[in-house]
Design a binder for this molecule. Structure first.
Ligand code: MN
Length: 163
């Protein structure tokens, strides 16, 4: 680090143009502001993509430097998403309660508070809360070609209740 600073200083002293060009490029290319962003107000998740009472709070979208979105999803007991896939996969963190994630092959994965879940690219699945417990999940979802999810059909009661 010291060597780099010495080199930069030497270059700046030797060549006044370097100093200006370097500073300009740095300012143009780097977002140097650390910032705190509050979540959006909770909204009722659409009944075109969720079954039961589900709330959604957007945390952040993509930026020039990042390609993933973040949100909280609050599932009331017995609620669940429709079937869907993620074009770039999805990372879930269970903030509260128990989260069910089921894949098209009938496998039910159960995650508890503090656990994280990886949903692979293109695998058809749904998420939901058990019958008797609320679940809060944080989602980090990769965006590909402007999309982070492809929604499909509702999860039937039979599919929800399957072991
Ligand atoms: Mn998902």
């Amino acid at each position: 680090m010291k060597k780099l600073l010495t080199l930069a200083l030497a270059a700046a002293l030797c060549c006044p143009f370097f100093n200006t060009a370097f500073a300009d490029e740095f300012v143009q290319n780097a977002d140097t502001t650390v910032r705190v962003e509050k979540p959006a107000a909770p909204v009722n998740a659409s009944n075109a993509t969720f079954t039961g009472a589900v709330k959604h709070l957007s945390l952040f979208g993509t930026t020039d430097e990042t390609t993933y979105t973040g949100s909280y999803v609050i599932f009331s007991p017995g609620s669940r998403s429709f079937w869907h896939t993620h074009p770039g996969g999805q990372r879930l963190i269970v903030v509260k309660g128990t989260l069910w994630t089921c894949t098209w092959n009938g496998e039910k994965t159960i995650a508890h508070e503090g656990d994280s879940v990886w949903c692979p690219v293109g695998v058809k699945h749904w998420h939901g809360a058990p019958h008797d417990e609320e679940c809060v999940q944080m989602t980090l979802t990769e965006v590909r070609s402007g999309q982070n999810v492809t929604w499909m059909e509702p999860v039937t009661d039979e599919q929800y209740n399957a072991k």
